[in-house]
Design a protein around this ligand. Structure first.
Ligand SMILES: C[S@@+](CC[C@H](N)C(=O)[O-])C[C@H]1O[C@@H](n2cnc3c(N)ncnc32)[C@H](O)[C@@H]1O
Length: 260
């Protein structure tokens, strides 16, 4: 495993131990039957697979507590969740049991997925806090793209690379930053160190193309239906969340739908 990923895994084990019933992860309402998807995710799902989940083979990439995996399994999909944190997967398994669904849980670095996942999935689903942990976006696209059957779709929804960029300089290459005290969006917990990466949109799209994927849609969102616990986004009169600089709403999320 890449040495930066080893650092991040230790932080994620700590975070996963703390997550589950907090402002972001509302396990109890998931158990009660709520969908974990937000409006922007529903729209991407509709575009990727027509919204219908029954019988689909789905890979939930970097699944954390597996909330979306559980939502898909409830819709009748056969779901595999992959994450490198054994603590997260332990919690995901327990949550799936409480929700009464079967999900296959795989512990692996996303850049070193087991060969048995190759070419298996109709949908690879990776959303909300994915690429900032990944040292090599091309390797990520090759690895995740390789799990799709021909015609299968990737949905990647993630933080826009310009959101919160503190350096105020054009993003042409990936950047790597070490934080001595790891940050969390869901709790006040500050873990050991984290290494985070920013990959520009051009790199993300080029990586998808280089991995043999066809881009179906690239959308940049300046308004989001959910605040996602992001500091700096404000809910406005229309109920949507934005981040403004000099009055102008900035791109805060992106959606990439691509097909193998
Ligand atoms: C912000 S969470 C993702 C949230 C998730 N999409 C959800 O719906 O809750 C990031 C997840 O990525 C996982 N992760 C980070 N780097 C990874 C890697 N190299 N390989 C596998 N999983 C990784 C972490 O363990 C964590 O569970």
């Amino acid at each position: 495993m890449h040495e930066d990923h080893v650092v991040n895994r230790a932080s994620w084990d700590e975070l996963a131990a703390a997550h589950g019933q907090d402002v972001y992860y509302d396990s109890e309402s998931l158990v009660a039957g709520r969908s974990s998807l937000i409006e922007e995710e529903e729209a991407a799902l509709e575009l990727a697979v027509g919204g219908k989940m029954a019988g689909r083979h789905v890979l939930h990439v970097q699944c954390h507590l597996g909330c979306d995996a559980i939502t898909f399994a409830r819709g009748g999909a056969q779901v595999t969740g992959v994450d490198f944190s054994t603590v997260a997967l332990g919690k995901a398994k327990a949550l799936a049991e409480r929700c009464g669904v079967d999900v296959e849980w795989v512990c692996a670095d996303v850049l070193e997925l087991p060969k048995r996942l190759d070419g298996r999935f109709d949908l690879a689903w990776a959303t909300m806090g994915v690429l900032c942990w990944i040292s090599d976006v091309r390797a990520w696209m090759r690895s995740v793209g390789g799990t799709l059957r021909p015609g299968g779709s990737l949905v990647l929804i993630d933080g826009h690379p310009v959101d919160g960029d503190v350096d105020d300089r054009p993003l042409q290459a990936s950047t790597r930053r070490t934080y001595e005290s790891g940050w969390d969006y869901a709790t006040p917990l500050r873990t050991g160190p984290q290494v985070q990466f920013t990959h520009s949109l051009s790199e993300v799209v080029s990586a998808a193309l280089a991995a043999g994927l066809r881009v179906v849609e690239l959308k940049e969102h300046r308004a989001v239906s959910d605040g996602l616990c992001v500091a700096g986004w404000t809910q406005e009169a229309d109920g949507r969340f934005r981040s403004r600089v000099d009055g102008e709403a900035q791109p805060v999320l992106f959606t990439l739908v691509a097909r193998r």
